[in-house]
Design a protein around this ligand. Structure first.
Ligand code: HEC
Ligand code: HEC
Length: 420
């Protein structure tokens, strides 16, 4: 309470408290922006090669890497949909059970896939090519596709050297991939030659994906202006400002969504209602951890350029507890307004549905007694929820350069050089 006599002191105190709060909020904002370059990946010697990135870009848009020539990486990671697909769960050759995440900023993640079963982008990229829900091809046919196309072959050999003699179908049978009789019938050296070339495709795709950084958003523009002391409402709306105050404060979102990617890069179980209550519950990290342990393309394995590096050794240090059963990786919130539906199984169509969930936790399904109980219902008013949503929308960034969003075709046609 301010007595009249002490009014001046009191006002000064109030003002300094306000400015302390503003300073704290600004410091917090700076911990979230700007997005730095992605961490280096010594396990891929081609990660920073511009020529590998150009080749990788061709591969990313090339349906020739799928069994029937009709699915490419860009089918589910569509540049016009912020490199996601706008669907509840992925649809490739078959319908999957998991929502396609954006790959903008994927190079920042420590664990790839929502259950973290891969630890490098290059090894991640090899999964969909041989996954029957996705592209359904085989490593042998993928390599044959490169060898059979003049441009792909020339770019491949310039980067990685000669390809195996895949025209010889006796030595390199159609559909040959591990687990199939065609593969088991091949000689060990031929298997090794195919896998080695296949790994190179993944390494080129990583070089391209590393260029797909989340662009500057209104939030980043505001954070950049803080030191300059420029008025902020022009850069970010008043609702988004209020929403940021809630996000960083009472809403507690920062417990898991922190750092420039707005993610702790680790795994949590929000006890979300399942997409299909009749289906078996998804194990998430519980299974992802086991798959990571058993993976063929390990960062500390024979296909890695730096098996002894800190990055490569990380998986060996990964730990799992019973609370990880059913947990999924905290997604980045950058570009989140563009990448619905939301959550690992696309449980929510819109951001307001996501926020309604966090507000009440209605529909939560606790699958076991080890489940985390970090989340508490927010009990926010509709206006507060609208502010939080306005803040999430202020995280939409400029898209990557147009040249990175267009297919480089294997028939030689290049994307137009002009801007959009
Ligand atoms: C049929 C749709 C589909 C196709 C085709 C597809 N993906 Fe994906 N992608 C997904 C889904 C779904 C996930 C998440 C799966 C999971 O977590 O289990 C994913 C995950 C990823 C991730 C990990 C992102 C993260 O945040 O961890 C990257 C990177 C990626 N895909 C790149 C690729 C590349 C490169 C290709 C082509 C070689 C490709 N995808 C083909 C649907 C697809
Ligand atoms: C306990 C850690 C944690 C807290 C606290 C938390 N989140 Fe999340 N958030 C996650 C995880 C994990 C997921 C993904 C869950 C899944 O798919 O199973 C997620 C998903 C989301 C998504 C969907 C993103 C997408 O691409 O599907 C949004 C939006 C989101 N959170 C916003 C928020 C907001 C806003 C708050 C604060 C009210 C918040 N989160 C608090 C961990 C957390």
């Amino acid at each position: 309470m301010c007595m009249i006599a002490a009014m001046t002191v009191c006002l000064t105190l109030a003002a300094s408290q306000t400015s302390d709060a503003a300073d704290r909020l600004h410091a917090m904002a700076k911990s979230l922006s700007p997005v730095p370059p992605p961490p280096t990946n010594p396990t891929n010697a081609f990660a920073l090669s511009p020529a590998a990135a150009l080749f990788g870009q061709r591969l990313f848009f090339d349906p020739g890497l799928s069994r029937a020539g009709d699915v490419s990486c860009s089918t589910c990671h569509d540049p016009t949909l912020a490199f996601a697909d706008g669907k509840q769960v992925a649809e490739g050759l078959n319908t999957g059970t998991i929502n396609s995440p954006t790959i903008l900023g994927a190079a920042h993640h420590r664990w790839l896939f929502l259950d973290g079963r891969a630890d490098t982008l290059w090894s991640q990229a090899l999964g969909p090519i041989e996954n029957d829900l996705e592209m359904g091809s085989s490593r042998t046919d993928a390599v044959r596709h490169i060898a059979g196309n003049e441009i792909l072959r020339a770019e491949y050999t310039a980067l990685f050297g000669p390809l195996p003699d895949v025209e010889n179908l006796d030595r390199f049978p159609v559909n040959a991939r591990p687990g199939r009789p065609q593969w088991e019938a091949m000689g060990t050296e031929d298997q090794h030659a195919i896998t080695s070339a296949f790994v190179n495709l993944g390494k080129a795709i990583e070089a391209y994906e590393r260029l797909l950084q989340p662009g500057h958003s209104d939030f980043d523009r505001w954070v950049a202006s803080i030191d300059a002391g420029t008025s902020s409402t022009e850069l970010m709306s008043p609702a988004a400002h209020r929403g940021f105050g809630l996000f960083a404060g009472d809403a507690g979102c920062r417990q898991c969504h922190f750092g420039p990617m707005f993610s702790d890069l680790e795994f949590h179980d929000l006890a979300l209602p399942p997409r299909d209550p009749a289906a078996a519950p998804l194990p998430g990290r519980g299974a992802g951890y086991e798959l990571l342990r058993k993976r063929e393309f390990a960062a500390d394995g024979i296909w890695s350029a730096a098996p002894g590096s800190t990055k490569a050794r990380r998986a060996a240090g990964a730990r799992i507890g019973p609370e990880h059963w059913g947990s999924f990786r905290t997604p980045s919130l950058r570009n989140v307004a563009k990448t619905g539906p939301y959550m690992h199984a696309g449980q929510f169509e819109t951001l307001s549905e996501v926020l309604a969930f966090y507000n009440t936790l209605d529909g939560q399904v606790r699958r076991h007694h080890h489940a985390e109980s970090v989340l508490q219902p927010l009990n926010f008013t509709p206006d507060q929820l609208a502010d939080l949503e306005a803040f999430l929308k202020a995280l939409s960034g400029d898209p990557p350069a147009i040249l990175l969003r267009k297919p480089r075709r294997s028939n030689g046609t290049e994307p137009p050089k002009s801007a959009e």
